[in-house]
Design a protein around this ligand. Structure first.
Ligand SMILES: Nc1ncnc2c1ncn2[C@@H]1O[C@H](COP(=O)(O)OP(=O)(O)OP(=O)(O)O)[C@@H](O)[C@H]1O
Ligand SMILES: [Mg+2]
Length: 358
């Protein structure tokens, strides 16, 4: 997600290759792509309650040891080796040594186990709804870890997908025509959520982060991987505690962020036009602005009848504002880390990206 989804990039190439599973049924693919028995019985739908993890004990042990020995401010000084696959505002995505086929999303957000399990339950429900709406999501599992004197951490574990198949990579390696076709497919996937919301209204409403880095090509379909922020409403009531986002923000600024833009940022993901505006704005960040006019045509053809078409000026303005907000936010988080680790000699729980190219 974007409060959540602005500063992700991959730092390492994955060697797995989805194409070798083509021709198999989706379910075969799910079971072949990882050596780990995941908690799934159909396309990415979790079964069972929060404690029904089906990760093998030895794998659970590796994640536990990783968390125990993790040094968030100096990853190289951690006991178990790992690579960062991507950064989020509330999660860091790791490939942990010994668990080479999965991506482990670490969320050190919770004051107690109950809060972590509530989140875990919401996560499962959200994934189930994404699948029901017609999206394809990776095979997955979860693990909650408690360590004395530290926040309770939730790990969301997904099949690791090939970095070269992520949409933000493909738009650079494929022709512009193919890139447009990829984005058209993604727009159609995004619309499935709003069709589903119409069907389920007023009982249920799902939000989605449509950014290019959240979609991975698998044959002729796209897998949605950014499932770790379960934003959805039941009978109009938000299920995600917004304060969880603020946990990763500098403590001295939480009131300001809450007051200035928290609600606004959360609401954005419930609005199809905003999600598509964010998607097209992404082309600036991904350094492909030449695709914007063609993508705007695709998007405007797919907006709700009542929505105003989006023009290039609006995209530029939106992108500039967002870039500023998130650059400021990251700078403040770095300052907060410095205060905590250098001045107060405390542990800083979050892992911040280095310089971001935008
Ligand atoms: N299953 C996966 N396989 C390979 N790489 C992944 C996988 N999941 C995530 N990544 C990498 O990590 C990046 C961030 O992941 P993701 O979108 O799930 O988190 P996020 O946007 O940070 O969400 P949030 O802040 O809500 O946790 C991706 O863009 C990708 O580069
Ligand atoms: Mg993302």
């Amino acid at each position: 997600m974007v409060l959540i989804g602005f500063y992700k990039y991959s730092t390492r190439e994955s060697t797995s290759d989805l194409s070798k599973y083509q021709g198999k049924s989706r379910r075969d693919y799910m079971s072949v792509t990882n050596g780990i028995q995941m908690n799934t019985n159909s396309v990415g739908v979790q079964q069972g309650g929060p404690n029904s993890s089906s990760l093998e004990n030895s794998h659970q042990h590796i994640i536990e040891e990783f968390e125990k020995g993790l040094n968030p401010t100096d990853l190289n000084a951690s006991k178990v080796e790992a690579h960062v696959l991507g950064y989020g505002e509330i999660s860091t995505v790791f490939q942990i040594d010994g668990l080479d086929t999965v991506a482990c999303k670490r969320m050190p957000l919770f004051e107690n186990k109950t809060d972590a399990e509530t989140y875990e339950n919401n996560y499962r429900l959200y994934c189930r709804h994404l699948s029901d709406a017609g999206l394809t999501i990776p095979n997955d599992d979860t693990q909650v870890i408690e360590n004395q004197g530290r926040p309770v951490t939730l790990y969301i574990i997904q099949d690791q997908l090939p970095v070269n198949n992520f949409a933000h990579k493909l738009i650079h390696t494929e022709s512009d025509k193919e890139a447009e076709s990829i984005i058209r497919s993604i727009v159609l996937e995004i619309k499935k959520i709003w069709d589903y919301n119409k069907q389920k209204s007023p009982d249920l409403e799902l939000a989605l982060d449509g950014q290019l880095s959240n979609w991975v090509k698998d044959g002729d379909q796209f897998v949605y991987i950014d499932t770790s922020t379960p934003l959805f409403k039941i009978k109009g009531l938000e299920q995600l505690d917004p304060e969880l986002f603020l946990k990763s923000a500098p403590s001295f600024l939480r009131w300001l962020i809450r007051w200035l833009f928290l609600q606004d940022v959360m609401d954005r993901y419930y609005n199809l036009r905003q999600v598509l505006l964010d998607l097209v704005g992404n082309l600036y960040k991904e350094n492909k602005p030449e695709l914007i006019p063609a993508v705007l045509e695709i998007i405007n053809d797919n907006l709700d009848g009542n929505d105003e078409p989006i023009n290039e000026k609006e995209v530029t303005k939106y992108y500039k504002e967002d870039k500023l907000i998130w650059a400021l936010f990251l700078a403040l988080r770095r300052f907060d880390r410095w205060l905590k680790t250098t001045l107060f000699r405390q542990r800083y729980e979050y892992i911040l990206p280095g310089k971001i190219e935008r």
